[in-house]
Design a protein around this ligand. Sequence first.
Ligand SMILES: [Zn+2]
Length: 246
Amino acid sequence: MKIDSFEEIFRDVKRVLVVMAHPDDMELICGGTVARLIATGRKVRSVVMTNGGKGMQNRIDVTENDFGKIRVGEQMAAGKALGIPDDENFNLNIPDGELEPSIENIEKIAFYIRQFKPDIVISQNPKEILVRFSDSSRWVNHRDHRNAGLVTWDAVYPYSRDRGFFPKHFGREGLAPHIVNYILFSDAYSDSSVKYFDVTSFIDKRKNALLQYKSSLSEQEVNDLMDEIKDGDGYFEPLGYTDQLF
Ligand SMILES: [Zn+2]
């Protein structure tokens, strides 16, 4: 049985910012952990960078733009299923597959960090291209995932921390440089830093959130995804961890 790190990592945490590339990434990576954070009184804000419009794959009955709107609607429904209200659930509407690690995108995430002032940021793995989940299961980490991670890690340091970056933020009420000391990140199953979060009591919420993504996931696929994080009688979500950055 895996060891639950929830108390160790989140004991003094009040605010968690989750930045992901696509609608459904958060629910797949840490939906149960988000539900547990909210149930234990933490504030969680979700920022999804792209609209997921190319997830239509081979369908020709819908345009990318319309499919993106469906995906963002599903993002909002899934957020609600985990306890995130619409006004804490954002989509930057970047075209799917076109997420660049640009200074413009770093500025957008630095803005959310300075505005929301999170204690921890959860995002994606900026460096692994070939992700190994187990000896028999591995996959190519989507470019948008890597770039969402890269943009977010850069936004944490130095761009939101240091006053010299994006001084236009400080003209707006309440914004100031902000230090994020910890990052949790996806696709780090073989990383020595990996922590496990026991979501057994929140598994129904995780499943219900994933079921909102009707355009991309069948009920069978959702059930298979639940099995992937099963360990004995429990369910555990794995995330890499930076430990204290500053
Ligand atoms: Zn994705």
